[in-house]
Ligand binder design. Sequence first.
Ligand code: ATP
Length: 151
Amino acid sequence: MSQAERTYIMVKPDGVQRGLVGEIIARFEKRGFKLIALKLVHATPEHLEKHYADLAGKGFFAGLIKYMSSGPVVGMVWEGLDAVKTGRAMLGATNPLASAIGTIRGDYALAVGRNICHGSDTVENAEKEIKLWFPEGITQYASVVEPWLYE
Ligand SMILES: Nc1ncnc2c1ncn2[C@@H]1O[C@H](COP(=O)(O)OP(=O)(O)OP(=O)(O)O)[C@@H](O)[C@H]1O
């Protein structure tokens, strides 16, 4: 069922340092997504190399791993209708200068190398990222607001 789609959303070290965790969580909550996992973690370079394995050949890869391992991140799993695509739309374009006003990056970031948040780009990658960041599994609970969000 599409309303059970899940996405992995992460506040990057710059987002944590700049005090944007609450703002990012609030946007997903208010949109109607259901928070089903959350953790603060200072990831190792090895863990981040797995997360960004598809970018290993890029010139910015070393800098990306250094940035992402420079401080704690907040990893989250959000569930709801079209969560992957909608989550990406809420984050905005990868380069914040190209992100629409009203998106998270369009409102709070300027540089592609400091773009404050991550969101899974496909349902398949979301499942992989959720397993990588939450190997312990995810809590299940019933949301009482669902009849007010979905027909
Ligand atoms: N040209 C670049 N210079 C520096 N960093 C970059 C550059 N391009 C991408 N990045 C960094 O690598 C991350 C992953 O790049 P990717 O092309 O997968 O974009 P994305 O899917 O929008 O981002 P993310 O996976 O973080 O949500 C970007 O979010 C950004 O932090």
